[in-house]
Design a protein around this ligand. Sequence first.
Ligand code: GLC
Length: 525
Amino acid sequence: MTSQKKKKLKILFVTSEHAPFAKMGGLGEVMFSLSRALKKLGHDTRVMLPRYGTIDREKWGLKLEHKHLSVPTGAEGENEKKHLICNVLRFDPSNEPRSPVTTYFLENEEYFELRSNAYGYADDRTRFALLSRGTLEFLRHSDSWNPDIIVTTDWMTGFLANFMKFEYATDQKLSAIATILSIHNLAYQGTSKNHKFTPEMDRDDGYGPLPSFFSERMLNINPMRRGAMYADFINTVSKKYAEEITTEEFGEGLERLFQERRDRLRGILNGIDYETNNPATDQTLVERFDFDALEKRGPNKLALQQRFGLSQNQDTFLIGIVSRLTRQKGFSLLNPVIEPFLRVSKAQLIVVGTGDTELMTYFQELEKKYPDQVRAHLQFYDEPHLVFAGSDVILVPSIYEPSGLIQMEAMRYGAIPVARRVGGLADTIEDYSPITGKGSGFLFDEFNPSVFLMALTRAFVNWRHRKTWRKLQSAAMKKDFSWEHSATEYITMFHDAISLMKKDILVTTPLKRKRDKAGIIKVAS
Ligand code: GLC
């Protein structure tokens, strides 16, 4: 490794979610655990996010870092505000072993503080453009800290690389920072109308300048596309998903762009936090266990059945679902086949999660129809580890899955995933083969109810052979999904992004870069 590659980096994540301050899904969890893992490797890693109304200044001991930061809005008319005034607050890590890294909060009353949700407002594009530009202004004015790398996440901060390549192209300090777009979910691109149903002609091609924060044209902007065009490097959260998004099936209309930028696109699998996801020490379990003491898992199954008011029996096949209940997660596959399966196998099904009304109603109805076998807990449940520790299988039949964390957590607790062979699921689960006796789960390919049923039935049949099942469980539990490996891959990517960016700067002057509409920098002929 060259000395350049050994250099400790300063890394800033700019994100809409960061646990425990704000977490709506996997993104918030990953921001928390990845930033900690990078810090553990010795890199100065920090995170920036909005201070939503739900983030309490006192509770987290937030200190004022920058007062009255004036963020340009790109105002187009006399009547538009030229600047929005923000503050930046700062959280310093505590001595608690689970403390988040240094975190900055962009404070603005109108756009963040008065909103109780992170997303779902008509002016979301303006809110996140403000986060992106606010971050850059903050860095421009701060003389104490200068990152080498900024990692933006999904459409929410896709604006940032766009501002960098145009508005700040000649800023000496900022133009020396390499930007990454991390894609956690391509289906959400930040457009006001679903990008899939927008005619090609009306789609943002990403070339024109960003309109003012207040312009109606902001409604047509696709920040995900812009992030993918202008970031120095792109990564997704598994290798398989990085390949998939170059195809029409998974590319969500951006596949051509990813094909063009393939040399700057990398897949790095998410990890899970091995301290909090540890069945050997987990206080939320009734009995703690490891792969060499699997019999201690039994009491957890009984406790789970009792907690959900189902009959307690170790010999009943117990299926768990812990998920956001959205279309992505593929539960529409259950509809025609789960009922006969429940009738024949006498299995129990526990569903934990919230989401789309249609899916929630479906599970409620299923519970009504099979009151002795099904429980639908359609709200936040703060002890999901007991579901992993007590279930025999966990269903993850996703249509697409950039990474997926649930299957990793489930395997760590000895619950065997039945999952579709896509994205991170394909990269983390090895399909069980009765011939070799190897595997850690049951995979299926085609998104089709009968094909899913076959995988579930394979799991059920093998579960009845206790020796086989124990082998499967122990293989699943022994898999290593800790962050160490992936965090090192991030560092390699950061170094690669920095050298690519330096090369780009060498071959183009800032002025030429500014004129380069595509943002994919080429030497002018
Ligand atoms: C999104 C993806 C999920 C991934 C998570 C964290 O929620 O849908 O697959 O695990 O982001 O990266």
